[in-house]
Design a protein around this ligand. Structure first.
Ligand code: ZN
Length: 157
């Protein structure tokens, strides 16, 4: 199976303040890209515990609910890899007049579509900080190999 390349470990100098709220005590390390997406770049002492709890909750939802099938397909890192299911529930309509139902599908063939922002490197990391010109550049990408064999209809997948 194809494996996404993992980038190498990199540890930046400690921030010594929460990058979200500015608090300076009891700081935790922050992954620049979440570990669950293969992120190995670390910003030490960069998040206070309340902000870390908020980002962990948000990342948990995104990594499991939104990106779970993608992460399983590419065997991306997980703190709970042994808990990954072999099959996932797929909501289907077997005939046009039937009600929706769920079938279990092996995670290797589970169809999914990911819309994921492709952001440019933050100005603070490139050194190109220009006051008043901050913003995000976003472009969409798809993974066409995962859509092969699927038919799209006006009612969705
Ligand atoms: Zn904070």
């Amino acid at each position: 199976m194809f494996q996404l390349p993992l980038h190498s470990d990199r540890r930046y100098p400690p921030e010594n303040r929460c990058i979200y709220c500015g608090y300076e005590d009891a700081l935790t390390d922050e992954h620049i890209v979440p570990l669950g997406l293969g992120g190995r770049w670390l910003l030490p002492k960069a998040s206070c515990r309340p902000c870390a709890a908020i980002t962990a909750t948000f990342e948990g939802v995104v990594l499991r609910a939104m990106l779970g099938p993608l992460r399983m397909y590419y065997s991306m890192p997980s703190r709970r890899k042994k808990q990954r299911p072999e099959k996932l529930p797929l909501k289907v309509k077997l005939t046009p007049d039937a009600d929706f139902s769920f079938i279990e599908v092996a995670q290797e063939i589970y169809p999914f579509l990911i819309l994921f922002p492709n952001l440019a490197m933050p100005d603070e990391l490139t050194g190109n900080v220009t006051e008043g010109e901050r913003g995000a550049k976003v472009k969409a990408r798809s993974h066409p190999g995962r859509l092969r064999g699927l038919r799209l209809s006006s009612s969705g997948l």
